[in-house]
Design a protein around this ligand. Sequence first.
Ligand SMILES: [Zn+2]
Length: 124
Amino acid sequence: MMKCEHKSCGAAEKVWLPYEVDGAERGFKPHSYCIHCGTIKNISSGSDKPKGIGYYINVLSEMGKYPGKKRFTKVQMRLIVKELEDMGDFCDTYWVTGSAQDRMFIIAVQKYCKISEGFIKFFL
Ligand SMILES: [Zn+2]
């Protein structure tokens, strides 16, 4: 998949779309969109703001340090990080939401390790 170097439209071209805060609709707000591919820019705030991959690498190392049985090896951790980097959507902070990233992170972790969703969510 070709990665788009998104470029937002001008202020005058913004489109009015529903705006959500933590899943609850909060009326309409002007959204920018990419003039190349038409993707609508995510303007979420708070917990739904997209996070950099560094945040998730940190979550992995916190999970690894948690006392108890060993949950994954260094090799597995590298595979998970690579999986996340390969998901174009995960790193596309133009439109992705924090909650969508969390879901993709859980899928990537569970692809390589037997770790329950509840345990992963505890660290997110
Ligand atoms: Zn674009």
